[in-house]
Design a protein around this ligand. Structure first.
Ligand SMILES: Cc1ncc(COP(=O)(O)O)c(C=O)c1O
Length: 416
């Protein structure tokens, strides 16, 4: 994702608040924010201070239990009540790998249900071709998952991939194959296929169907956790998962992840019936950041999430206004501080409900060319149209207005 052939180079020298500077001294308003972790801005003082204090005490990794990881875990559990027990990891990938292993061990079943456009990290268990072309999806038989990369062997032969946001397809798959399915795993707000909220009632229906089939529901809240609400998508849509994956905003920027959930499922780790290992899991540096971020969300959550929503809305409304004014059809969607802005293809219209509609309706070439013009003008968001934009608490109203002024200038001179 950092060196895709269509990425303009951006080699970073330093970062602060809503900005990064490249090695040539150019400043960019950053809407990528490290792919999401920097919810409080780059080098947020409360996170940096907590890490600095911990470096002077236990350092970076000790390989023993310590009170800090326990305190951090209690705070996470308070935010996400479906988490009764949790394990810290270093990454989202590791959280996903362990979640899948737990689900298979708990149910005694082999298969997973995954969704088109959803990404759960690079572990072989779940790394399907989540950005497959429509032709590739049509050519498959039987919802069979396509391997995401060479080198995974037959890892995803035990997985089905179906369109998201369609309860009927999920119902049919679970009716026909339910007794082989260990878990249904989804991003509860689609992020990696572009930002799409769940249709009303979809998450609850997925919860009901999964439960009825005796399978577990895994919510990958690596993006949505502590971003769309303090309690993530589970709070926003009032639905509980059996297992939750967390990372990114969990720590406000330091490398840390977690997998947590129902006591009876998570107990398999404590009882050594399922293996999870990781030298850096629960390391003091990461835990200091998790604790500081979680305390901040607890103490300032109501203003923080209200302001993040207002920031995203200001950006979304401004973008709609600008492109409307220049006569270029766009779709802008946001859920809290995650946002997508797409140029519609000639003749396309409508609000996409799933990955296939984003793929079919949105203009990839125009997205990349416009992103290049924006990057050259000092605003960075990802040139891949499936990547969400991540406004942060450091994107004040004046930073958003400056961002919009640059959009407007570029839009007025762009060779559409
Ligand atoms: C929804 C989701 N799950 C899992 C991951 C994997 O996390 P990591 O890159 O920390 O392994 C990502 C990373 O972007 C993600 O967006």
């Amino acid at each position: 994702m950092r060196v895709l052939p269509y990425c303009l180079p951006l080699f970073v020298d330093r970062a602060e608040g809503p900005y990064v500077w490249d090695v040539d001294g150019h400043r960019f308003i950053d809407l990528n924010m490290g792919y999401g972790p920097q919810l409080l801005g780059h080098r947020a003082p409360i996170i940096m201070d907590a890490i600095a204090a911990e470096l002077g005490r236990r350092g970076t990794a000790v390989g023993f239990p310590h009170a800090l990881s326990h305190e951090a875990a209690e705070l996470v559990k308070e935010s996400v009540p479906s988490i009764e027990l949790l394990r810290f990891t270093s990454t989202g990938t590791e959280a996903g790998q362990t979640a899948v292993r737990l689900a298979r061990a708990f149910t005694g079943r082999s298969h997973l249900v995954l969704f088109e456009g959803h990404y759960h990290g690079s572990s072989s268990a779940v790394f399907h071709r989540y950005h497959a072309t429509l032709e590739e999806l049509e050519a498959r038989s039987d919802w069979q998952a396509l391997p995401g990369t060479n080198g995974t062997g037959d890892a995803v032969t035990d997985a089905y991939v179906i369109p998201w946001n369609d309860p009927k397809i999920l119902e049919r798959l679970l009716r026909e194959r339910g007794d082989t399915i260990a878990a249904v795993i989804m991003e509860p707000v689609m992020g990696n296929g572009g930002v799409i909220p769940p249709s009303p009632g979809y998450l609850r229906e997925a919860r009901r169907l999964t439960h009825a089939a005796g399978a577990l529901l895994i919510f990958d809240e690596v993006i949505t956790g502590f971003r769309v609400a303090k309690g993530g998508a589970q709070e926003l849509y009032d639905v509980s998962a059996d297992i939750t994956m967390l990372s990114k905003a969990l720590s406000g920027g330091a490398p840390a992840g977690a997998v947590g959930g129902r006591r009876d499922v998570m107990a398999l780790l404590g009882e050594s019936k399922v293996f999870h290992g990781g030298v850096f899991s629960g390391n003091p540096m990461g835990m200091a950041a998790v604790r500081a971020a979680q305390l901040h969300y607890r103490e300032h959550g109501s203003e923080l999430y209200r302001d993040l929503e207002a920031t995203s809305k200001r950006l979304a409304d401004g973008l709609r206004h600008i492109f409307d004014d220049v006569g270029v059809p766009v779709v802008v969607q946001h859920v809290g501080a995650m946002l997508s802005c797409w140029f519609l293809n000639e003749g396309a219209s409508g609000i996409p409900r799933d990955y296939r509609e984003v793929r079919a309706w949105m203009n990839t070439d125009r997205h990349i060319r416009f992103q290049h013009a924006m990057q050259r003008s000092g605003v960075f968001y990802h040139p891949n149209l499936f990547e969400p934009w991540f406004p942060s608490a450091a994107h004040t109203a004046s930073v958003i207005d400056e961002t919009l002024a640059i959009f407007e200038k570029v839009a007025r001179t762009f060779p559409w």
